[in-house]
Write a protein of this length. Structure first.
Length: 57
C-alpha cells in the first residue's frame, strides 16, 4: 500500500496514461485519430474514422 495519497495518485495516473496510449487508434486510410468504435455485424467490433468515413474491423 502506498505511504501517501500522492503516491496513490501517481500510481493511478500512470495506469490511466498507459491505458490511453495502448488503445489509441488511427485511421489506416487517413491517419486521423478521430476514430469511433462501433458494434459490427454478428456482434463484432468495427471502427469508423469520423474525419473521412473509412471503416474497418
Amino acid at each position: 500500500m502506498p505511504a501517501s495519497i500522492d503516491q496513490e495518485g501517481d500510481h493511478l495516473l500512470g495506469a490511466v496514461s498507459t491505458r490511453r496510449t495502448s488503445t489509441r487508434l488511427g485511421c489506416p486510410s487517413r491517419g486521423s485519430a478521430h476514430v469511433a468504435q462501433v458494434l459490427g455485424d454478428n456482434g463484432g467490433i468495427s471502427y469508423v474514422c469520423t474525419a473521412c468515413g473509412h471503416s474497418w474491423s
